[in-house]
Design a protein around this ligand. Structure first.
Ligand code: ADP
Length: 166
């Protein structure tokens, strides 16, 4: 099942929260800053030992003070016009997050709108890629029973709703 909600992803009661991280895994703004602020310093301490993460890949840490069990740090692509592998990299973030959740025994996963903030990926183009890749990965890993996409506002949610309906 895929759900779309408006809220603050740091407050989600799920097994795994996906972070829109950068490749250093050493913190940033947006969702990343919010997760580290709410989760406390243990997440960054674990990230320091991971040695960064390539674009399109995902690495797990504990979730500190968050109610989740894990944070899955996904590195989305910076938008460069769409011909630089961005769709494949964005899809990979979702595929690899579901795979990693399944391998950790996490059954419920919350996703932010990866790459659509500071990384500039147009929402209307990101939404179908994110939804499609998540649906496909959940078919392969049915133990992951819920992916909940969490948005700051209705304007961000709307293209994902359209993608889910199509
Ligand atoms: P990226 O660098 O991958 O673009 P950002 O963190 O800049 O990531 O933004 C990704 C999306 O997350 C944006 O739509 C932004 O509005 C949204 N966002 C920011 N903070 C939160 C939060 N606490 N919960 C859910 N979504 C958030």
């Amino acid at each position: 099942m895929i759900e779309l909600v408006i809220g603050d992803i740091t407050q989600e009661e799920v097994d795994a929260i996906v972070n829109a991280a950068n490749s250093t895994l050493l913190g940033g703004g947006g969702v990343d800053g919010a997760i580290h602020r709410a989760g406390g310093p243990s997440i960054l301490a674990e990230c320091r030992d991971l040695g960064g993460c390539p674009t399109g890949e995902v690495k797990a840490t504990g979730a500190g003070r968050l109610s989740a069990k894990h944070v899955l740090h996904a590195v989305g692509p910076v938008w460069r016009g769409g011909d630089a592998g961005e769709p494949e990299q964005l899809a990979s973030c979702h595929t690899r997050a579901i795979e990693l959740a399944a391998s950790l025994g996490d059954r419920t996963v919350a996703f932010p709108a990866i790459s659509t903030g500071a990384y500039g990926y147009p929402l209307e183009l990101a939404a179908p890629v994110a939804i499609r890749a998540t649906q496909d990965a959940m078919r392969v890993h049915p133990d992951v029973e819920l992916a909940r996409f969490v948005f700051r506002d209705e304007a961000t949610l709307a293209p994902y709703r359209a993608a889910l309906g199509s």
